[in-house]
Design a protein around this ligand. Sequence first.
Ligand code: PNS
Length: 199
Amino acid sequence: MASTSRMQAEAAHQNQVICGFRLQAEEFETSMPSDVVAIYPGSFDPLTNGHVDIIQRGSRLFDRIIVGVLLNLEKSPLFTVPERVAIARDVFKPWHNVEVDTFDGLLVDFAHKKHATVIVRGLRAVSDFEFELQMALMNRRLRPEVETVFMMPAEPYTYVSSRLVKEVVALGGSVHGLVPDVVEGRLREKKLARETLRA
Ligand code: PNS
């Protein structure tokens, strides 16, 4: 008799646990947005094949991914923001779920405005990690509902950065294969224009 009531009590407890879990799962499901929108923010001066690789991966994971070009007034960029936006729109035209937009102010506020719940950042090497961790945690503090997701680019792009691309081009080297063809062409034009100005 005693063992029967213990079994009944255990069964009731188990049922409670399962029901509790089911309730949590249901709450979780109802709080999940139907479309997962991600922001891929950056300066993109210029866009590299590393960026393109991350977008390609992100476009398979998220319903929509928005390339957010930072309107940064502090830096002296090689490409203007409208040029960078035009290049990105041209490159990402084949992906139906990739958009390009600009933002200023806080990244998390841009994410909120766009109903995005994810920020995508590329991680190339351990050296990227420290700064990225700080940004991710600061962004989480500002808006806990926005999650940062780190993605690794394909190996051939792990050393590619916009800064190095600009330096190599300025010094007469080739960046073929490291940037989209349209970027390579625009870099050549910029270099020629600068050399003509100096002559
Ligand atoms: O391509 P970058 O330069 O590495 O991109 C940096 C970027 C745009 C992601 C970062 O500077 C940014 O988020 N700027 C927006 C301002 C902001 O939200 N600052 C607080 C972040 S912790």
